[in-house]
Design a protein around this ligand. Structure first.
Ligand SMILES: [Zn+2]
Length: 120
């Protein structure tokens, strides 16, 4: 098996993310604690968290945002463009994403050409 640099921390981030998601409906504060932990692990190891995961985390309290569980999602109109808005139930902060059918909002990491190698 090939050795990947920072593999241990990836596993740790993955594990913490899963607990954070599991526990979100029972204890959002604890979920935020785990969210904080894995973001700090990532920062320390200069690892990038996938945008899909990043979007699910409240930017203020770092709780996992799940519609109707820890957050409320709504569609807002702003300057002719539609926005998806998440309102965190734990700390009350808002998070917005642009949403438009015919536009590609994927970040570089989400595009297939960003994958250099798949390691199993
Ligand atoms: Zn929050």
């Amino acid at each position: 098996m090939k050795k990947i640099q920072g593999n241990d921390s990836f596993q740790r981030i993955n594990y913490l993310y899963q607990i954070s998601k599991e526990i979100a409906d029972k204890n959002p504060v604890l979920s935020a604690y785990y969210g904080n932990l894995f973001i700090n692990v990532a920062k320390k190891n200069v690892a990038k968290i996938h945008p899909d995961i990043k979007r699910q985390i409240c930017k203020k309290c770092r709780c996992i945002l799940i519609h109707k569980v820890t957050a409320n999602m709504s569609i807002k109109k702003k300057n002719k463009s539609k926005m998806v808005e998440y309102l965190c139930n734990t700390c009350g902060s808002k998070k917005n994403f642009p949403a438009k059918k015919d536009k590609d909002y994927r970040t570089w990491l989400e595009k297939p050409e960003s994958v250099v190698e798949v390691v199993s």
